[in-house]
Design a protein around this ligand. Structure first.
Ligand code: BGC
Length: 274
C-alpha cells in the first residue's frame, strides 16, 4: 500500500510517496519553504503543489501539523498563524490535494514511524518520543499504542514554557553552547521522567543528526535515551501510515489503537496498514 506523506514544519513543507509496509520512500523527498505568514490558504497552495506538480499523486494523503489535531480540525498553532485554530484543515487540504486526506500532529506521526520502523521497534513499555525543532513535540506510547495530542513541550519550567527554553530554535535564538543547551534539555527530561517514568526516551527533530554533541551530556535521567533514526523522514512516513490506517489516528478514540500497536520484541505489527 502506498500513500503520500506531507510533513508541515516551521521552516519547510516536505513530501514523498511512501511504501507504508516497509516505511521506505518511493521517490526523493521534495521540500518547499513554509510560506510566511503561514496562513491556511498559503500552506494549502504548497500542499497542492507538492501533491499535483511534484508527483501527480492520486491516492491517500497523510499530512502532519505542528499543533493539536482532532477529527481533522487544527486546535492549536503555537508556532504557526492563529488562523489555524478551529479550522477544518482536513477539508481544506483534501480540496487542495484532490484526494482524501488525514491530518495528525507532527510529533505523533514521527513517533508512530519510529515505533514501527525506527528506534522504538519492539519496545513494549512506556516510550516517550520528543522532537526538538521550532518547538518541542511529544508522542507517548505504552505497549506500542499512541496517546495522541500530548503537548509536553508546553510544560512550565522556571516560569517559562519548556519549548521556549529547550527547543532547537531556543538554542539558536539564545546562541546557547551545546553544553548549556544540553543542560536545559536534561532539566526538561528530568521533569518528564518525574511525571511519566518512561522506559525509553527517543529524541528526534533535525538536531538529532548531531546527537553525539548533546545526547551523551544527558546524564540526569534513569530512562534509556536514544536518538531517532529516521531523522527527516519520520514525519513523512508517519503521515503516510496515518493516511492508510483504517482507524482515526487524530482523535483520542480507542478505535485508533490497533493500527498503531506493535507486537513486542520482534517488532512486527499486530495490525497492518495495508
Ligand atoms: C506544538 C506541538 C508540536 C510541536 C512540534 C509545539 O509548539 O504545540 O503540537 O508537535 O510544537 O512541532
Amino acid at each position: 500500500m502506498h500513500a503520500l506523506g506531507i510533513d508541515i514544519g516551521g521552516s519547510g513543507i516536505k513530501a514523498a510517496p511512501v511504501d507504508v509496509a516497509t516505511g521506505k520512500l518511493l521517490a526523493p523527498r521534495q521540500k518547499i519553504a513554509t510560506p510566511r505568514p503561514a496562513l491556511p490558504e498559503a500552506v494549502a497552495d504548497v500542499v497542492k503543489e507538492l501533491a499535483a506538480a511534484s508527483f501527480g499523486w492520486s491516492g491517500p494523503v497523510g499530512i502532519t501539523f505542528p499543533g493539536v489535531v482532532t477529527d481533522g480540525v487544527t486546535r492549536t498553532a503555537a508556532n504557526l498563524d492563529p488562523a489555524w485554530i478551529g479550522l477544518d484543515a482536513a477539508s481544506l487540504f483534501a480540496e487542495a490535494a484532490g484526494n482524501p486526506v488525514r491530518v495528525l500532529n507532527d510529533a505523533d506521526a514521527a513517533g508512530v514511524a519510529e515505533m514501527t520502523f525506527g528506534a522504538g521497534v519492539g519496545e513494549p513499555g512506556t516510550v516517550l518520543m520528543l522532537t526538538f525543532g521550532t518547538g518541542i513535540g511529544s508522542a507517548l506510547f505504552t505497549q506500542g499504542v499512541l496517546v495522541p495530542n500530548t503537548e509536553f513541550g508546553h510544560i512550565e519550567i522556571r516560569g517559562e514554557e519548556a519549548e521556549k527554553r529547550a527547543s532547537e530554535h531556543a538554542k539558536e535564538l539564545r546562541d546557547l553552547s551545546w553544553g548549556k543547551w544540553a543542560g536545559r534539555v536534561d532539566e526538561y527530561l528530568r521533569h518528564m521522567e518525574a511525571l511519566l517514568s518512561p522506559h525509553l526516551i527517543i529524541v528526534g527533530g533535525g538536531i538529532s543528526k548531531q546527537a553525539d554533541k548533546w545526547v551523551p551530556r544527558l546524564t540526569g535521567i534513569r530512562a534509556r535515551i536514544v536518538p531517532a533514526v529516521m531523522l527527516n523522514e519520520a514525519g513523512i512516513v508517519g503521515a503516510a501510515m496515518a493516511a492508510v490506517s483504517s482507524a482515526a489516528p487524530d482523535t483520542s478514540g480507542a478505535s485508533g489503537a490497533d493500527a498503531r500497536r506493535i507486537s513486542g520484541r520482534d517488532g512486527r505489527r499486530r495490525a497492518g496498514h495495508s
